[in-house]
Design a protein around this ligand. Structure first.
Ligand SMILES: CCCCCCCCCCCCC/C=C/[C@@H](O)[C@H](COP(=O)(O)O)NC(C)=O
Ligand SMILES: Nc1ncnc2c1ncn2[C@@H]1O[C@H](COP(=O)(O)OP(=O)(O)O)[C@@H](O)[C@H]1O
Ligand SMILES: [Ca+2]
Length: 502
């Protein structure tokens, strides 16, 4: 902590922890006169009490998990002392090895309210410059540009981390690019659902500029670009669970936040066609999907996580340095065979058949501005499990009550048509088999059930299939198999997250 023989301008003492200092610079106290367009150092006036000074920029914690950059100026009597302070602080900052020095930044200019470039230039780039971080910035030109660039071209050795400016979709592109590349480089077959994933060493930072920004909100505690930039600068890191999604032994995608079938799948599918509305498309499509009230028949099988601490109904929340994540992670340290891969454990699969309005798997709380406690408030960021929430067919009124409870203090799981399980793996099979030609149709953007319903305008029955909302991207396959494979044992990505305050 910086204090003592130097005093800030106000004459009061001020403590700043070195780990929260962003930069330090010497000040020319009485040289504020310009000459020939250049600043010049003037001789010191003996009347000035403290003629030498330096300014420290540091992280200030503000309201609701927000971080801000603040300056404090310290004055001293002697120039040598002042220089010694500046030099010592610089040395201490250089010694902080967890801080990134070179970052690769991808900006999605079309995410959220299409403000990605402006947010980065105005709010984030000046902070990176202040903290002496060099950046290589790429503004994406099309969807999957960032993913493909990371997977094949990017010279990852040159960087300490990658940063995306956008929403959950952009974060997902980063995860896919980095994780796929790591598996390919290590000869791991992504198509095998049982295969252990090799951890990726680069960190991913996220500057929120999307529509829901759930991954940012659930990890940092707020969706605020300046706060995220400061977490990235000070080198905060948080491991994160990653689920791999397969269909018939073919790899489809990874998921880190929400995998949702039924309600959230339908909201997303409808809202994609209304991108021009910006983030409000989710409200519109949410309302519309709520009114259509479709349910889907099928079978959910899952492997409950019985060997861990914690349940989805806990009152405690996952925070930085979470004990439950640490404990459950230790179960899977290098020398332990994960229990859930043992044959005895595998016998523990449970099967539930039914008509569901929604099937949601939340690997993290999925807190977002719309629901500050999230879909599964007690879910853990890095415990190697996902919370499987089954909402059975019920009345519109009851479903509305369930939805509204996400925004209030009442428990959304305490309703007789809702159940929640903490699982290692799960599988969903729709009641009616989906043929490949149907899948092709859906992949080409044509919605099979909307055609059927056009053919039967009076028909109020539910369509056979929904699609999966996988971190905000549509998966046209209804039948999927999901394994939540990430634990510190199987750590995939580090995500920049703040420390104490969430
Ligand atoms: C009628 C009252 C309704 C209140 C419902 C409150 C529940 C809100 C829970 C929201 C959980 C969202 C999980 C996040 C998903 C994102 O990955 C995805 C994509 O986000 P992006 O557009 O990339 O920022 N957004 C949505 C809405 O599917
Ligand atoms: N330059 C681009 N043009 C069009 N789409 C893009 C571009 N860059 C990224 N995307 C895609 O935009 C989609 C939404 O991005 P995201 O950043 O998540 O914003 P939002 O939160 O508004 O959905 C993602 O599927 C991403 O792959
Ligand atoms: Ca989890």
């Amino acid at each position: 902590t910086l204090m003592a023989s130097v005093v800030p301008q106000t004459g009061t003492s001020h403590g700043v922890s070195v780990s929260e200092i962003l930069a330090v610079r010497e000040l020319d106290v009485d040289s504020e006169t310009k000459d020939d367009g250049r600043w010049q150092k003037m001789p010191q006036k003996s009347t000035e009490a403290y003629p030498y000074a330096f300014t420290v920029s540091y992280v200030e914690r503000a309201w609701q998990h927000r971080w801000r950059c603040s300056d404090v100026t310290f004055h001293c009597l002697e120039g040598a002392l002042c220089q010694q302070w500046v030099q010592t602080i610089r040395e201490q900052l250089t010694a902080l090895t967890s801080r990134p020095k070179h970052l690769l930044v991808y900006i999605n200019p079309y995410g959220g309210k299409q403000q990605g470039e402006r947010i980065y230039e105005q709010k984030v780039a000046p902070l990176f410059t202040l903290a002496s971080i060099s950046t290589h910035v790429i503004v994406t030109e099309h969807a999957n540009h960032a993913r493909d660039h990371l997977r094949t071209e990017a010279e990852l050795k040159k960087y300490d981390g990658v940063v995306c400016v956008g929403g959950d979709g952009m974060f997902s592109e980063m995860v896919h690019g980095l994780v796929s590349r790591t598996q390919r480089d290590n000869g791991v077959d992504q198509n095998s659902p049982e295969e252990k994933l090799v951890p990726c060493t680069l960190r991913i930072g996220i500057i929120p500029a999307g529509s829901t920004d759930c991954i940012c909100y659930a990890t940092v505690g707020i969706n605020d670009p300046v706060t995220s930039a400061l977490h990235i600068i000070v080198g905060d890191a948080q491991p994160m669970d990653v689920c791999s999604v397969h269909h018939n032994n073919t790899f489809l995608r990874y998921s880190v936040s929400l995998l949702g079938y039924g309600f959230y799948g339908d909201v997303l599918a409808d809202s994609e066609r209304k991108r021009w509305m910006g983030p409000a498309r989710y409200d519109f499509s949410g309302f519309k999907t709520f009114l259509t009230h479709h349910y889907y028949e099928g079978t959910v099988s899952f492997l409950p996580a019985t060997d861990i601490l914690g349940t989805p109904r806990d009152k405690t929340r996952c925070r930085a340095g979470c004990f439950i994540c640490q404990h459950n992670g230790q179960l899977y340290s290098e020398d332990h065979q994960p229990l859930f891969l043992l044959p005895e454990y595998k016998g523990g699969w449970r099967v539930i058949r039914g008509k569901f309005l929604a099937i949601n798997a939340a690997s993290m709380s999925c807190a977002c501005p719309r629901s500050p406690k999230g879909l599964s408030p007690a879910a853990h960021l890095a415990d190697g499990t996902t919370d499987l929430i089954l909402v059975r067919k019920c009345s519109r009124f009851n479903f509305l009550r369930h939805l509204l409870r996400h925004t209030s203090k009442y428990d959304q799981f305490d309703m007789n048509f809702v159940e929640v399980h903490r699982v290692r793996r799960f599988r969903f099979t729709p009641r009616y088999c989906q043929s490949d030609s149907e899948l092709d149709l859906r992949e080409n953007g044509k919605r099979l059930f909307s055609q059927i319903c056009r053919d039967h305008p009076a028909c109020s029955c539910s369509p056979a299939y929904s699609s999966w909302n996988c971190d905000g991207e549509i998966l046209p396959h209804a039948a999927i198999e999901v394994g939540c494979v990430t634990t510190p044992y199987n750590l995939l990505c580090k995500y920049t997250v703040h420390s104490e305050s969430i």
